[in-house]
Design a protein around this ligand. Sequence first.
Ligand code: C6P
Length: 426
Amino acid sequence: MTTVAKRSPELPGSYLRAAGHRFDVRKVRGDFPILRQQVRGRPLVYLDNAATSQKPQVVIDAISRYYERDNANIHRGIHFLSEHATEEYEAARRSMQAFLNAQDTTEIIFVRGATEAINLVAQTYGRTHVGAGDEVLITAMEHHSNIVPWQILCEEKGASLKVAPFNDSGELLLDEFAKLLGPRTKIVAVAHVSNALGTVNPVRRIIELAHQQNIPVLVDGAQAVPHFHVDVQALDCDFYAFSGHKVYGPTGIGVLYGKSALLDAMPPYQAGGDMISSVTFEKTIYNRLPYKFEAGTPHIAGAVGLGAAVTYMNGLGMEDIAAHEHDLLAYATEALSAIPDIRLIGTAKEKAAVLSFTLDDIHPHDIGTILDQEGIAIRTGHHCAQPVMQRFGIAATARASFALYNTREEIDALVEGIRKVRKVFA
Ligand code: C6P
């Protein structure tokens, strides 16, 4: 939860130590080689972490070590390298199981990212359970990746997409959500954290409400897992999706968690090598979980890199990461609120690491371009969440998003940059 903290003249490190945190952001920054560079003659201030986060040296090393020493195809060879690569890939799966507190490694499916995870569920669970006249329930703050797969499914099946609204602060209207649950609802799909607003949704309560009517819930955790500990058993979600590149891992790898009873009963998503246990022209028997959903050669190096990323985060401690980012968000919220003509888009009580805003009638792309000249990277646009923009009657926002390596000084630089934008357009 974000409460606006008192601004302090102290440096971030000492502030955090005074606040009782062990988190040493200066040391942490040293782990990320990309942050050492200058951009446009200025120190890089990277505040586009919701789009993708930077990678620590341990992740870069794990990937190069894999290619230098271990590269082979997995689950196929009996030779030394293949056995070794298989062990590394499966060790990464065990890390994901521990990271999410899944009951079993069979519940961890490696996919390309959150987008593929959601499409997998829509095309397998969705196609077998959603029929004509049925409903799929989402919220109005979803990323396009958690809208369009369900739209395609509903169109194909003659079902309808129901959308739970949110208020002016960007908080889901839980009563309205509950009213939309009914006997026709076949699945609920909801973001844990909104990428455009930063809202942390009450997913535990959402799941409880849906389960009271035996409706399964998919949680899009793309913007949650980088920021706080997620326990899929405590949430009791049926599916959970996230992308590796937002948790300091490589692109092209992500995770779909699914309860094994559901995954077991689902048909495969894609077909090919590794997802079968036997093939004849008459009949194919599918492989057991999780391999049934991992057709073809997977992104082995990506899984290895993601394993290293999660180990890195655990080493820092998810609670300390959350506390550090909470401080940054509170500090930035107060500092930006003090700038005239700023409108914060997304002011929910429960927020994580995202600050979306508009500035007078200055186009967000102009804000982004001027900040870029100062070496400050933010994202501008609709953030693949056009319905959120429509809800606020705007076309776009400027979005600063924080990660574990950001500092209060970087937020000061952002504030200074925004003041410059105001001057340019005065
Ligand atoms: N949001 C952003 O800048 P992929 O592209 O599959 O890794 O993640 C898709 C996705 C799904 N759900 C949420 C809540 C997301 O935020 C994203 C990705 C990025 O906000 C890129 S558009």
